[in-house]
Write a protein that binds this ligand. Structure first.
Ligand SMILES: [Zn+2]
Length: 263
């Protein structure tokens, strides 16, 4: 794990890239911001989390780091020990964690729940939507701090995701007072979704997803297939993080549209 703090005194702001080793956008953003000729108005801790997985270009070495929190200093896995170490670094911080997906080309934010903090920060970011994870936080960095915004920056390995990660990091740093305020937009009408359940998939050779993320699937609509077997919606839902191969045993998640934020 690489940790660097810029500015004077203990940092109350942290930016984390590389929680997943095969998502280079966050690493790019951290390295770009650290080498940029900029003045930080508040101290910021930058972290590249799972360097060992990053070197091997794999999501993780032993287990998914973002299911291993809060971790254990004597844990059996690399990620268990790393989760503990990272927790110690950022527990008292307002945290931005940068990710990328196989499911969506734009940016969106994942939060535990929209409270005052999220209501203030999220509309300052160039994201298409905010997703409340609610009951789906087990083992995730949300276990360590609730002042956490995860941003999915685009498709894994794409140049666009790397650019988006730099942009949204600058916006986040402006929103929390580490950069000049005019770095961040003031968004109107930012939709909020809440995850309700995961969308399972059966073991198969080939998968398809016909649904478009954040676009409502209607009851009776075929939203996916596994080896040609079709999956038909039993009720309306909004698909989130849905992709053919992004996860081992689920296509992704179903969500409700629960509101709108404005800055
Ligand atoms: Zn990730």
């Amino acid at each position: 794990m690489r940790v660097e703090t810029v500015g004077d005194g203990p940092a109350e702001i942290a930016v984390i890239g590389g929680i997943h080793g095969d998502e280079p956008c966050g690493v790019h953003a951290v390295e770009t911001l650290l080498s940029a000729d900029v003045e930080f108005q508040r101290p910021v801790t930058f972290v590249i989390a799972n360097e060992r997985a990053q070197e091997r270009d794999v999501r993780y070495v032993d287990e998914d780091l973002n299911r291993a929190f809060p971790g254990d200093p004597d844990g059996d896995t690399h990620e268990s020990r790393l989760a503990h170490e990272l927790s110690m670094e950022v527990a008292d911080c307002q945290v931005l964690a940068l990710h990328s997906t196989q499911s969506y080309e734009g940016l969106f934010a994942l939060v535990d729940e929209v409270r005052e903090y999220e209501r203030r920060i999220c509309p300052r970011l160039s994201v298409d939507a905010v997703v409340e994870t609610c009951d789906f936080t087990e083992g995730r960095l949300f276990e360590v701090t609730r002042r956490l915004i995860e941003v999915e920056c685009g498709f894994q390995g794409s140049a666009t995701a790397a650019e988006n990660a730099v942009q949204v990091t600058r916006e986040f740093l402006a929103a929390v007072g580490a950069f000049p305020d005019d770095e961040a937009p003031h968004r109107e009408q930012l939709p909020v979704y809440r995850l309700t359940h995961s969308v399972p998939k059966d073991a198969a050779e080939a998968y398809d997803v016909f649904a478009t993320n954040f676009r409502q699937v209607q009851s009776g609509q075929t939203y996916a297939a596994a080896d040609g077997q079709e999956y038909v919606a039993e009720s309306d839902f909004y698909p989130v993080l849905m992709s053919p191969y992004g996860y081992e045993d689920v296509f992704g998640y179903a969500a409700d549209h629960v509101g709108t934020l404005e800055s």
